[in-house]
Design a protein around this ligand. Structure first.
Ligand code: OAD
Length: 254
C-alpha cells in the first residue's frame, strides 16, 4: 500500500497540476539494484575512477576497458527490474501527460511503461560509431564482471569502433534533448526532482529554469540541495514516495 504523504506536502499539493515534469537521477534506480555514482558504499565513483572510464581521453587510451565497463553496466540494468517508483512515473506520464527528463542511462523508466523519456546523458542501449556516428544494435550479452575487458565491435560502415551511447565528462549534451527538456521545465507547474545529487552540470542547472510559481518537490532520502527553490524536500525513497505522490495527483485530477 502506498505510504501517506506528509501533511505539509499534501497541503502544497492541494491543487490541480497540469504540466508535471519528473527529473530523475541515479537514486531513481537505486532500489532496482543499480548503483548510484556518489551515494553509499556502492557509489560507482567511489569504486571506479571516472577519468579512466568516462572521458574521451580514456576511450582513446584504452577502449577495451571502457567498453567492457559500460557493457558490465548494461548487463546490470538488463538483470534489474523497474520498481514501484518507475511504475508511478509511467502512470504520471500516461495518465497525466507528465514529461520525464532523466540523467540516467538505464531504460527502467521505459520498461515501466513511460515513453518519450528525455535522456540528458544518453543511454547504455544506443551505442554508435565513434567515427561516423552510425547507430549500432547490440546482440552480444554483457560480461558479468566490471573488470572484464572487451574489444568494442568494429563499425560495419567505416573503420571506426562502436562506443557507448552515453555522454562522457568533457562532452556536450545532445542539443535536441536539452532543448526538449528545457521546453518542458520552463512551462511546468510541478517539478518532481528524484534521486539526484544535483552536482553534474549542465544537467543539474535545468531544474533552476522552472517558473517561479511552480512547485518543486524533491524526493531523496538525503538532503541533496539540487536547487535552492525546493518547495518541499521529502526525505524518502523513490519506490516509497513516488507511488504515494502519483496516487494523490491522479486522484486530484479525476
Ligand atoms: P548521484 O550518485 O550523484 O546522486 C544520487 C542521489 O540519489 C543522491 O543524492 C542520493 O542521496 C539519492 N538516492 C539514493 N538512493 C535513493 C533512493 N532510493 N531514492 C531516491 N534517491 C536516492 O547521481 P546523479 O545525481 O544522477 O553522469 O549523478 C549525476 C551524473 O553524475 C550522472 O548522470 C552521471 C554521473 O557522473 C554521466 O554519466 C554523464
Amino acid at each position: 500500500m502506498a505510504s501517506p504523504l506528509p501533511s505539509a506536502l499534501r497541503a502544497l499539493l492541494h491543487r490541480r497540476f497540469t504540466r508535471i515534469v519528473v527529473f530523475s537521477g541515479a537514486g531513481m534506480s537505486a532500489e532496482s539494484g543499480i548503483p548510484t555514482f556518489r551515494s553509499g558504499r556502492n557509489g560507482l565513483w567511489n569504486a571506479f575512477d571516472p577519468q579512466a572510464l568516462a572521458t574521451p581521453q580514456a576511450w582513446r587510451r584504452d577502449r577495451d576497458t571502457v567498453w567492457g565497463w559500460y557493457e558490465w553496466r548494461r548487463g546490470l540494468v538488463m538483470a534489474a527490474s523497474p520498481h514501484a517508483g518507475h511504475g508511478a512515473v509511467a502512470r504520471l506520464r500516461n495518465e497525466l501527460d507528465a514529461e520525464v527528463v532523466t540523467q540516467n542511462v538505464d531504460n527502467l523508466h521505459e520498461r515501466a511503461g513511460a515513453d518519450g523519456v528525455m535522456h540528458l546523458h544518453g543511454s547504455l542501449f544506443s551505442p554508435r560509431c565513434d567515427t561516423c556516428g552510425a547507430p549500432f544494435s547490440l546482440t552480444a550479452s554483457p560480461p558479468p564482471e566490471p573488470s572484464r575487458q572487451r574489444p568494442p565491435p568494429p563499425c560495419p560502415a567505416c573503420p571506426g569502433a562502436i562506443r557507448p551511447g552515453v555522454v562522457w565528462f568533457g562532452e556536450s549534451l545532445d542539443p535536441a534533448v536539452v532543448e526538449a527538456a528545457t521546453a518542458a521545465i520552463i512551462r511546468c507547474d510541478l517539478l518532481l526532482i528524484v534521486g539526484t545529487s544535483g552536482m553534474v552540470y549542465p544537467a543539474a542547472g535545468l531544474v533552476d529554469l522552472a517558473p517561479p510559481d511552480a512547485l518543486i518537490v524533491e524526493i531523496n532520502p538525503e538532503p541533496a540541495r539540487s536547487t535552492g527553490r525546493i518547495g518541499y524536500a521529502w526525505a524518502t525513497t523513490a519506490a516509497t514516495g513516488l507511488p504515494a505522490l502519483a496516487e494523490h495527483l491522479l486522484a486530484y485530477s479525476r
